[in-house]
Design a protein around this ligand. Structure first.
Ligand code: DAH
Length: 345
């Protein structure tokens, strides 16, 4: 009777374990067949009530069944966990054939490449970088540079006015006056890269916003030879050792004498071609000896001090350097344009 009973319990346990589909269900079966109050455990604890000849065999059989059921539940548990993991992994598969995201990487704008190069060249000659505001007053932009209210030179430098006396600077030259004011009669050797503005129609060669690098040197015994040597070194470092420069007489209200500086055309080596319009030279900047009026107005005695100054158009240098055909391309942020200069930069 006891044997039959035990066999039945075992069969029941086997089939229930086999049909379990979750770990919770297995947990219930563990309680049902193996906990203290289960039939098997109750039978084990009441073995003593059996006649002595049966105790041993029944006890052995009960333990055997108990161990078999425990092992079956453990095995089923492992099986279910493995299945669950497999399911999870299948859900989480990563499709490595999916193409990556395309980031559009441009390059340093050739304008900045050239601005930094020009700056480095002058730093190597002992110049320091000075700074000034883009919103400027009439005083610094014109008056202190020897361009009084009724001066015709103002016609060429019409700009955006904030009020009668405040404007967007038309050149970086006001930084000359600002630097002299700060230097209080001491020698000066600065450059100033920065944005400038003019009332201009925008086309391939004009823009209402552009940039210059101003240069100013003031000391005792400065002469035009210093200006020429400085700009010659700049031209060779910027455009190549073979470039020559020439100074042509010109006019700026804040310099006397004033010069226009040309370099020999890199395209034809000075022989004359379509790029230099047959002249063999290309104009790159303006400069001159600081006008005595400017020295005086800004606190320097022209009998003791002299100086030279120059103004370089940054876009113009970049256009020549890279053969760019339209000034507007510097400001449009077109990645196709920028990417072309990446390797060169
Ligand atoms: N400020 C001038 C311009 O914008 C350029 C220039 C010419 C600057 C001669 C100078 C200079 O310092 O000496 O056209």
């Amino acid at each position: 009777m006891a044997n039959e009973n035990m066999e039945k319990i075992y069969q029941e346990a086997q089939s229930e374990i086999a049909s379990s589909e979750s770990n919770e269900k297995l947990q219930e079966l563990r309680v049902k067949f193996l906990a203290k109050k289960s039939i098997i455990m109750t039978m084990l604890s009441t073995l003593g009530q059996l006649p002595p000849e049966e105790r041993k065999t029944v006890g052995q059989k009960l333990n055997e069944i108990k161990n078999l059921i425990t092992a079956a539940i453990d095995a089923k548990e492992k099986e279910l966990s493995a299945k669950e993991l497999a399911k999870k992994l299948q859900k989480e598969t990563i499709d490595i054939s999916l193409p990556g995201r395309n980031y559009n990487v441009g390059g340093k704008n050739p304008f900045h490449v050239v601005k930094d190069e020009i700056t480095d060249i002058f730093l190597s000659m002992g110049f320091e970088v000075a700074d000034g505001p883009e919103v400027e007053t009439d005083l610094y932009n014109f008056e202190l540079l020897n361009i009084p209210k009724d001066h015709p030179a103002r016609d060429m430098q019409d700009t955006f006015y904030i009020d009668e006396n405040t404007l967007l600077r038309t050149h970086t030259s006001p930084v000359q006056a600002r630097t002299m004011e700060l230097a209080k009669g001491q020698p000066i050797r600065i450059i100033c890269p920065g944005k400038t503005y003019r009332r201009d129609d925008d086309d391939a060669t004009h823009s209402h916003q552009f940039a210059q690098i101003e240069g100013l040197v003031i000391d005792k015994d400065i002469n035009i030879g210093h200006l020429k040597a400085t700009l010659e070194l700049f031209a060779k470092k910027m455009f190549g050792e073979k470039r020559e420069i020439r100074l042509r007489p010109s006019y700026f209200p804040f310099t006397e004498p004033s010069v226009e500086v040309d370099i020999t055309c890199a395209n034809c080596d000075g022989k004359g071609c379509s790029m230099c319009k047959g002249t063999g030279y290309i104009e790159i900047l303006g400069g001159g000896m600081v006008h005595p009026n400017v020295l005086k107005m800004n606190g320097y005695d022209p009998d003791q001090y002299s100086g030279f100054a120059f103004g370089i158009g940054i876009e113009r240098v970049a256009i020549l350097r890279y053969g760019i055909d339209d000034i507007r391309k510097f400001y449009q942020n077109d990645i196709r344009f920028l990417r072309q200069y990446k390797k060169k930069a």
